[in-house]
Design a protein around this ligand. Sequence first.
Ligand SMILES: [Zn+2]
Ligand SMILES: [Zn+2]
Length: 845
Amino acid sequence: MANEAYNHLGIEEPIYKRWEASGFFNPDNLPDKRKKVFSISMPPPNVTGELHLGHATGMTIQDILTRYHRMAGFKALWLPGTDHAGIATQIMVERLLQTEGISRHEIGRETFLKHVWAWKQKYGTRITDQIKSLGASCDWSREHFTMDPNLTQAVQKAFIILFKAGLIYRGERLINWCTRCQTALSDLEVKHKDIAGHLYFIKYGQLTVATTRPETKLGDTALAVNPKDKRYKKFIGKKITFETESGTLTLPVIADRLVDPKFGTGVIKVTPAHDPADWEMGERHKLAIKQVIGEDNRMTKLAGNYAGMLATQARDKIIADLQAKKLLIKIEPYTASMPHCDRCGSIVQPLISKQWFLKIGPLAKPAMAAVKSGKIQFVPKRFEKVYFHWMKNIRDWCISRQLWWGHQIPVWYCTDHFAIRLNCPPIASVAAPKKCKCGGTHFVQDQDTLDTWFSSGLWTFSTLGWPQKTKDLKLFHPTSVMETAWDILFFWVARMIMFSLKFTRQIPFKKVFIHGLVLDKEGKKMSKSKGTGIDPLPMAEKYGTDAIRLSLVLGTAPGQDFRLSEEKIAGYRNFINKLWNIGNFIDHRSADNTKGAAPKASLADQWILNKNQALINLVTTDINNFRFSEAGQALYDFIWHELADWYVETQKIQPNQPVLLKVYEDSLKLLHPFAPFVTEALWARLKKKDLLLIAEWPRAEKPKPSPAKDFEKIQKFITQIRNFRALHKITPAEKVPVYLEGTGTKLLLANREIVEFLSRAILVPTAKLAHKAHGHEAGVNFWLEVPKANLAQVKKALADLKAYIQSQSAKLQNQNFLKNAPAPVVKNEKRKLAAAREKLKKLSA
Ligand SMILES: [Zn+2]
Ligand SMILES: [Zn+2]
């Protein structure tokens, strides 16, 4: 195997199996008594999900944290799981059944749910298998699914506690309603898309109103203007009566800051039942609510003449009626941002619906205090401001969904077999209650299910056994870190904080680390249709998983979006190869077996040991402070530019096997959390008894005062000689004399063997240089004897260069050229001239 390039295929899978078989992903099995605990809950991906770069980034960072803490002696737990993803899963299975010509309504709830479970059984491990392929060292024995029996129990318990505390109520509120999916949607399930439409200018008596949705005008309960808008001051607080498409109407005119004076005429109609902003104004001004569009997307009875029509039909009819009455002033083309159902793409109807709500105020207060007091810290800190802003403006949470797949709401209604007895209060209970206050003994359960985020809000503690008082809960909660992207910060992170404080009286996590989103190489959002998307799995197949992991961490900053390209991934594959080649070299050395007494530490040994110690300190501090990119970059630079480029080279002439091995092993350990596969494979080649997975993290010590500066002087000298040789086209095979004078001569001679080997020069100390020095470095002036054959070459090169400089200068003095050439071209020509002059200076030195 030695001397071959690293081939990840055939290496990664067996290594992952060895890790799993070792049992060390489970903290209970880790060796030694471990007092310190580290725990992290995996944000559960949707069970329908396919691994994308967002997951890959988050999983890599969580794995770095877990592997590092495991090696640093912590009882480290990374608890994985998946989310049942109510609407996403339901729609997928619905579509699957549709291809067989089956509708869910035909087969009914129970049979439909059987189909969903069967789907989950068959495909539910797809996403977790993909996560495993990334090298994720999660404790799969503790894996959970949000609809596992114990998690369902936790959901019911939580609901009943909140219900009994009076925090859950049933109310009619404006919600996002998908007329296709026939369910309420959370804000996260609604995507805004620009739709080209029209702006209708309609006469409302003395005033003119511009609207994009004339069909909702039947639900108007006020007109509104901005309080600062002087044009309409006299109307504020008055009532106006006017002609409409269907008779006369009287509406109050209110003033509200939500009205944009620049939109349309500056007067808007207020329809609280069909628009979120209007709903808000309606609450503020206590306006009447008139719902004219129903859940089936048809006009309601309140729509009078238009009742029963589809909303779009009603719009056409209303326009025609307005035109007939000369109430329509004009129609302009207008592009408006319209809410769409994220799952099925239908336009979302904001409307009033009877739903379950969670009173959020009493939960938000302690959740804000936990962050304010520093008990929970955000990294980067700037997201705390966003969190407070969101929490201050938080509204009651609509928690019911008209879906079948999910946790059915544990509320029961008293019924007389035919209809629900409306006078009997609903009862919150896991099983059907025995008896109602009225004496009734028949109950039906609420048909709705809970918003998916309700169960994921309990995630950090329900997965550890809550509501039971388990050992795990005591040991691992609060968790150490929550790692997530900023886009779900509030849908999820905030809810976990509120729920954890309410149910466990503990914070759910001490730190929230936020990673950025991945952009394409131009810094734009990746898009599959534009072909700028990068799929992590094929990339891992091509370049190896370690290369992907490095490319998602290095060159990034917490909370900031970052760029990724295939070239970047390929670059890290080269780095992995470099490391692999060091491994080949070490194998080769061990085979040579240079045993015997350890040699005295050379300057190079002292230098690399010193650098190694500094690296341990840096990487440890950086990981502890979530500076993953800095830690990875430091490792990259050390392994490539110090260990491979310099130290390994010195080993060819001054071997010190113990030092080489010590530094190499430390490098493997430090790099392991970032690139687990290649490091574990190289570790195995060292014939170690235990896995690198549980090797002890190198100790961070105070750096010693450096005795290694001298080696750096030598490095600089060698680099100078190498540059000079390159300039004069001297091949590496040619050994050339270098004459030295000056105080640094002593140091170079003391390390003659290494200097001569690495510079391919013969050192010749001399009292005074016979020629002008070719350079000054490390306290010496040096002159290098260029072989005759090269001198002729150099002479010709010099002549060519001079001629080039002359013609280039002439070009740049030519006024015609300067006048006509574009500025960047001139700049480039100037740069070429400067470079040539610089080369000439060096060559004639
Ligand atoms: Zn939909
Ligand atoms: Zn009853």
